[in-house]
Each structure stands twice: as structure tokens, then as C-alpha cells.
Design a protein around this ligand. Structure first.
Ligand code: GTP
Ligand code: SPV
Ligand code: MN
Length: 591
């Protein structure tokens, strides 16, 4: 079979054609379809997916352009135990990553992929991570036998012909191969080859495992490329804060999976904050590089949001609610008899009955949830009414603050600021968070998740910390670094902070600090707000005592915390920058 039939093949790039040819020879699809990203193509593929039962058409009056998908119940989240970084030397991948030698992994993948697309179509999906024409943008080509992946990639990335425009006749593109196989967890691998800029994913059809531009290219391979090329690939949202007098301040924030990035990126300030407005640049990934003016500039490499559905409503995230009204793919939520979607925490009445995410009949009396805890929407960022005008800017936006935050029921105050960059790197490096449904296993356990990158760092975590320290020398005006915790609880298990839109209060203090508009108190952990500077107006029943409680620092808890942090430092000791050990010592002495 010739792969590049005139009129179907839409690139002249000889390296792309040769590579697709080689993969087709291996996977032996019946057909090869070269995607161009057009609307006609989307319509045709969507119709085919509906015919085949891969997608269900939702009520098009209520939800125009929206479709519903159910995954295999064994395939609902990322699988860290099946995710590998395949570098020639194991030490390059480091102790926090699964490793296999490239030769061995390639052989294993060849065995699994061989003939796996017989009777199927191989889709060639060209895409950009980043705006067309940005010096930070990377090109990828993903080969997949899943229509769901093609349609999701079209939402999540700048998919189609423009990728070949950016690529020209260059050989520099990410080679991604995705074979669904029989979606069997025993034959599930997400294998990264950083030195080859290549990814092979088999046996899954879940977003984070198979939308290869996202976690695989933009974070794991991206972090590796960034280290070599002098930039940073981070698991961070990017937002712009506009003050009543029009001052615009951009911040980036790293929270672990399902810990509030999408919510924070789309924040709507409480009524009391008249004239303040939050603009979304990105909700999951930031690529950051020093700009010509000495500041750190960030782009969002993605073009859509793959967001957690449960709990999304007009109180928690009104912007997301608006964003997912059209052209959205819903995965693993409930499906009502009238072609609507439902999930726990949705606005409006609970349906009398629906089909749950497994396709079983569900009623309000059911013990199981209608929507899976990690059910997701894939929605184009163009739908976001608060999309920042610079979300598409090739040069990105200048970052004034970097915020770290985990999900911690105790120990961590609501907000504090690092003393300086290196102290901030230490705060990020020692982050802990309770595990969520975004990854299989360990739900609720606190684990170290440095910079929210534990599952996404494509090389040795110690070297990654070193890269953070080195970046300081390349940035003349470094962002200030902060730590937040929306999830601290009292003895009865109630959140000590209302969160969501009220996080504006914390954000305002952060922005004020960056712009020299507010003072701070020095504590053993870092700088914290003066109670008088922290705006609690309009927060019904929220007393200054409660604020003191959410901000309290308990030295005994912190001594325990240090021992937990040591576990990670010991694990990566051979590559741990000395500077971080010194920071630890300074903290011990302050405690
Ligand atoms: P990924 O897409 O997995 O990387 O995650 P994310 O960080 O974008 O997560 P998202 O914003 O979707 O977080 C969803 C979870 O965090 C839900 O369980 C929310 O209820 C919870 N959440 C978000 N913001 C807050 C907050 O301010 N307070 C509290 N208590 N919970 C929050
Ligand atoms: C995450 O788990 O951090 C996500 C969702 O952003 S996924 O893209 O599926 O990994
Ligand atoms: Mn994420």
C-alpha cells in the first residue's frame, strides 16, 4: 500500500512521509487518513464516530456541537505505573520515573504494535503545541487508530495543516504513535524517548495517556527539551489579573492534578472586588522562556481545556460552565434520557434517572456516582468568555508571580511568600499533596509532588531542580514565588477557607506584593500578609480568628513535614542541588 496517495497526503515533508510509511508498515492499517483539521473533516469523523457508537450525539439545541463518550471502565485516568522514560542511561530518567532502555522498549513496542491496525484506519494528526509562528511552539505528528483521539486532539491542540506550515521541510517534530490495541491494562504502556523526541502509547484511550501533545510532549518531552534549550515546561495554569485601574499582572500556578488549576485559571472575583477581572491564558501547561526585556514569558501550548467535570457549576466555576455549552466532548459523565449530560455537583435538579458513566441505569438512590470522579470535558479555549486577548500571542505573557500549591488537610497555611527565588525553588521542590482520581491508585494519600511535576518530569528530578536554579541567572526580573493551600481543614474535616472565587483575596495580595502595593510579616516559613492588609470584606461569617487558623504555623507539624520531605530528598540525593539542602537547614534553624 502506498501511504502518500496524491490528493490524500497533505504534506511534502519527506521526513514525515517516510516516518508515517514506516509506522504503517509496522501497524498494517487498512487505510491511512491524513487529517487537515478542517470543519468538513471534523463533521465527517464525528458522523462516523456516532455511527460506530464511539460518540453519542447530545441534544444539539441545548448543547450545540457537543458529544458524549464512555471509556472502557478499566481506562479512566493516567497510569503512572505504565509510564516510562526511556533514556540510554537509567540515571538520566532518575529514581522518580519508570525506566527501560530505549532498545528494549522499542522492541517491546514493535511487538505490540505489529499488525495492530489491521482492519482499522491510521489517522495522521499534525498539530502545533503553541501559537503558529511562536519561537516557543513545537510541532508534533500523532498517528492513532482512535477517532476519539483525533477529535479530541482537534480541540486540545492547533491541529491540521498549519502544523505542516510551521514545520516546512524540517525534521524537527515529535513522533507520536498511539495504538489502542484491545485496551487491556496488561498491555498498556506510555513510553517516552526524549533523545528521539518520540512517544509510543499503547493499550489506552484515556486523554492524558493518548493525547500525545499534552502530558507526553508538552510536559515530559518538553521538560527535557527545555532543560537543553534554556526554557521551562511546567504543569501550570496562566492567568492575567486586571485591576480597576487597568494594571495587568500575569501569574502562573502549579497545583497537582485535580487540585484546582482549571478553577483558579477561570476565577470570577466576588462581587466586593469591583473592577477586578481575571483573564485565562491556560489551565494546565505553561512553557516559559526569558524574554528580551529580562522578564520570564509564558505561553499556553494548548488550545483547549481537558477539565475535571464533577463539581463544575455556576457557583464553583461559571466560566467553565459557559465554556462547555458548545463543541465539547464529555467523557464518563452521566447521560440523561433527553440527550443531556449530568454529573454530581451540576446546576439544576438531579435527574430522576440517567445512564451512569458505565452505561448502567442510575437513579438518585444509586450507591455509585453517575459521573466518574475523573470524568472530563474537552472544550476549545475559544469558547472561554474570559480568554485573555494575549492567549494566542506568539511572544507569550510576562509572568510576575509563580504560585505553588498542594492539597493539604493540615500543616500548610493558606498563603505565604518565599524569601527569594532559591527559597521558592525549595518550596516547589518539597511540595506535598493528597493523591486524586486523575491517576490510578493511592487516592487521598499525601505524597511529594515537586512543582506538581512528579508524574510529568521527563528526566532526573534532581537535574530538574538544578535547571530551576540555573534559570534564575537567565532572568533579570524573576517572578516572585508563593505557596497556597486551598484545602486546609479543621478538626471536624471542614475546609478552613471557602476557596473558588474567594481565592481572589489571596490572588490580590500576591499581585499587590509583586507590584509593591502591600507589606508582609516575616515568619519561619516566609512572608505572610498582615491581617489588616488581607481583604475579608463581604465574606459572610468569616472571622479574623478563622483566618488566623488557616494561616497558623505549627512547629511540631512542620518538624514532621520536614521528615516527609526528606524521603524525596534521600531518593534523589545523588542529583540533589546543594542549595536545596542549605534551604532545608535554614528552615530547620528558623523552626
Ligand atoms: P488537572 O486537569 O488534573 O491537571 O487538574 P486541575 O488542577 O486543573 O484541577 P481542577 O481545577 O479541575 O480541580 C478540580 C478539583 O479541585 C475539584 O475536586 C474541585 O472541587 C477542587 N477545587 C478547585 N478549587 C478549589 C478550591 O478553591 N477549594 C476547594 N476546597 N476545592 C477546590
Ligand atoms: C492531569 O492529570 O494532570 C490532567 C488530566 O491534566 S490528563 O491530561 O488526562 O493527564
Ligand atoms: Mn494536569
Amino acid at each position: 500500500m502506498s501511504t502518500c496517495i496524491p490528493g490524500t497526503c497533505n504534506t511534502k515533508n519527506p521526513t514525515v512521509i517516510r516516518w508515517v510509511e514506516a509506522q504503517a508498515k509496522l501497524c498494517q492499517p487498512d487505510h491511512i487518513y491524513w487529517c487537515d483539521g478542517s470543519v468538513a473533516e471534523k463533521d465527517a469523523l464525528t458522523a462516523e464516530a456516532v455511527t460506530k457508537g464511539i460518540l453519542v450525539k447530545l441534544d444539539q439545541k441545548k448543547l450545540p456541537g457537543c458529544y458524549y463518550h464512555r471509556s472502557n471502565p478499566n481506562d479512566v485516568a493516567r497510569v503512572e505505573q505504565c509510564t516510562y522514560i526511556c533514556t540510554p542511561i537509567q540515571e538520566e530518567a532518575g529514581p522518580t520515573n519508570n525506566w527501560m532502555a530505549p532498545k528494549e522498549m522499542y522492541a517491546k513496542m514493535r511487538g505490540l504494535c505489529e499488525g495492530s491496525m489491521k482492519g482499522r484506519t491510521m489517522y495522521v494528526v499534525p498539530y502545533l503545541m503553541g501559537p503558529l509562528g511562536s519561537p516557543l511552539t513545537k510541532v508534533g505528528v500523532e498517528l492513532t487508530d482512535s477517532i476519539y483521539v483525533v477529535l479530541s486532539m482537534r480541540v486540545m491542540a492547533r491541529m491540521g495543516q498549519q502544523a505542516y506550515t510551521q514545520l516546512g521541510d524540517s525534521e524537527d517534530f515529535n513522533r507520536g504513535l498511539h495504538c489502542m490495541l484491545d485496551v487491556n491494562p496488561d498491555r498498556r504502556f506510555i513510553a517516552h524517548f526524549p533523545q528521539d523526541n518520540a512517544v509510543i502509547s499503547v493499550g489506552s484511550n484515556y486523554g492524558g495517556n493518548v493525547l500525545l501533545g499534552k502530558k507526553c510532549l508538552a510536559l515530559r518531552i518538553g521538560s527535557y527539551l527545555g532543560r537543553n534549550e534554556g526554557w521551562m515546561a511546567e504543569h501550570m495554569l496562566i492567568l492575567g489579573v486586571e485591576s480597576p485601574d487597568g494594571e495587568k499582572t500575569y501569574v502562573a500556578a502549579a497545583f497537582p492534578s485535580a487540585c484546582g488549576k482549571t478553577n483558579f485559571a477561570m476565577l470570577v472575583p466576588p462581587a466586593h472586588f469591583k473592577g477586578w477581572k481575571i483573564w485565562t491564558v491556560g489551565d494546565d501547561i505553561a512553557w516559559m522562556k526569558p524574554g528580551p526585556d529580562g522578564r520570564l514569558y509564558a505561553i499556553n501550548p494548548e488550545a483547549g481545556y481537558f477539565g475535571v467535570v464533577p463539581g463544575t457549576n455556576s457557583k464553583s466555576n461559571p466560566i467553565a460552565v459557559k465554556t462547555i455549552q458548545r463543541d465539547t466532548i464529555y467523557t464518563n459523565v452521566g447521560l440523561t434520557p433527553d440527550g443531556d449530560v449530568w454529573w454530581e455537583g451540576k446546576d439544576g435538579p438531579v435527574p430522576k434517572e440517567c445512564l451512569d458513566w458505565r452505561g448502567n441505569k442510575w437513579t438518585p438512590d444509586s450507591k455509585e456516582k453517575a459521573a466518574h470522579a475523573n470524568s472530563r470535558f474537552a472544550a476549545p479555549m475559544a469558547n472561554n468568555p474570559s480568554l485573555d486577548p494575549k492567549a494566542d500571542a506568539p511572544e507569550g505573557v510576562p509572568i510576575s508571580a509563580i504560585i505553588f500549591g498542594g492539597r493539604r488537610a493540615d500543616t500548610m497555611p493558606l498563603i505565604y511568600q518565599s524569601f527569594n527565588w532559591i527559597h521558592g525553588v525549595y518550596i516547589g521542590a518539597t511540595m506535598g499533596s493528597e493523591m486524586t482520581a486523575a491517576a490510578v491508585g493511592g487516592l487521598g494519600q499525601v505524597r511529594r509532588d515537586p512543582m506538581a511535576m512528579l508524574p510529568f518530569c521527563g528526566y532526573n528530578m534532581g537535574d530538574y531542580f538544578r535547571h530551576w536554579i540555573t534559570m534564575r541567572k537567565l532572568i533579570k526580573y524573576p517572578p516572585r514565588i508563593f505557596n497556597v493551600n486551598w484545602f486546609r481543614k479543621d478538626k471536624d474535616g471542614n475546609f478552613l477557607w471557602p476557596g473558588y472565587g474567594e481565592n481572589m483575596r489571596v490572588l490580590k495580595w500576591i499581585v499587590d506584593r509583586c507590584n509593591g502595593h502591600s507589606n508582609a510579616v516575616e515568619t519561619q516559613l516566609g512572608w505572610v500578609p498582615y491581617a489588616k492588609d488581607f481583604d475579608l470584606k463581604g465574606l459572610a461569617n468569616y472571622t479574623p480568628e478563622k483566618f488566623n487558623q488557616v494561616q497558623s504555623i505549627n512547629n511540631d507539624e512542620w518538624r514532621r513535614e520536614l521528615l516527609l520531605q526528606d524521603e524525596l530528598f534521600m531518593k534523589i540525593y545523588t542529583h540533589l542541588p546543594k542549595e536545596l539542602i542549605f534551604q532545608r537547614e535554614l528552615l530547620v534553624s528558623r523552626l
